[in-house]
Ligand binder design. Structure first.
Ligand SMILES: C[S@@+](CC[C@H](N)C(=O)[O-])C[C@H]1O[C@@H](n2cnc3c(N)ncnc32)[C@H](O)[C@@H]1O
Length: 216
């Protein structure tokens, strides 16, 4: 579909459809890290065109380390910079405004994925979704992964697994425990084959998830 490997290569679309359906007709803002096509300035953008078609009223933004401005069109805006350049990320987010959906399909380097998430998740709207693609690199040495120690804290799978306990932080029998930002702002984490969806919100608010699912 639209030439993106999200369909045939990885079979992610079934999961995207399930999680994104409640947003399909909303006036959302999406940011995808990684345009595709690497150094070829006029190649890539397949997923951006798919998102534009799927989200009828969505504003689609993307960033890539290479200049991809040639691929911009109505409702698709592309920024040039690295996903681990925090100043660039701040400037980009200030220009875009509040984001409903962030998808990390960039370098897939473990350290990058974790750094980008730590910086951008706090900028996501409450009720928003943060997606990490291609988590298989969590096991690949050349991307900073590890196939021997599944609890290596430098890998993305280990990092995201570590956030799951925080969903239950109110149940800890640990007087004086200070909840982390992630404890207080993550309401669900869905792990699939090579793909993770992280939902932002607060557990003691009426659940955005329930409202969304009823609509979906
Ligand atoms: C797998 S492709 C993206 C594919 C596209 N999202 C799609 O589904 O059609 C990865 C892209 O990430 C870009 N990239 C690699 N390292 C990056 C970094 N540090 N910051 C931002 N983009 C990066 C590459 O230039 C490449 O275009």
């Amino acid at each position: 579909m639209f030439g993106t490997d999200k369909a045939d290569g990885h079979f992610y679309l079934q999961h995207y459809q399930k999680h994104f359906r409640p947003y399909k007709f909303k006036n959302i803002k999406l940011l995808e890290i990684g345009v595709g096509g690497y150094e070829h300035h006029d190649y890539g953008g397949h997923s951006l065109r798919m998102w534009k078609s799927y989200f009828w009223h969505g504003k689609i933004h993307a960033l890539d380390i290479y200049d991809k401005s040639a691929l911009q069109e109505n409702r698709i805006k592309i920024f040039k910079g690295s996903q681990v350049d925090l100043k660039f990320l701040d400037k980009t987010i200030t220009e875009i405004g509040d984001l409903d959906i962030i998808i990390d399909d960039g370098s897939h380097i473990n350290e990058h994925v974790i750094t980008t998430f730590k910086h951008l998740f706090p900028k996501l709207k409450s009720g928003g979704i943060y997606v990490i693609e291609d988590t298989q690199t969590s096991y690949w040495k050349d991307k900073g992964g590890d196939s021997d120690n599944m609890n290596n804290p430098e890998t993305m799978m280990s990092f995201f697994k570590s956030l799951t306990d925080g969903l239950n932080h109110k149940e800890y029998v640990k007087p004086g425990y200070e909840p982390t930002y992630f404890d207080e702002n993550i309401i669900a984490i869905h792990f699939y084959h090579n793909l993770i969806f992280i939902y932002k919100g607060q557990n003691d608010e009426p659940s955005n998830l329930i409202v969304n699912n009823q609509r979906g």
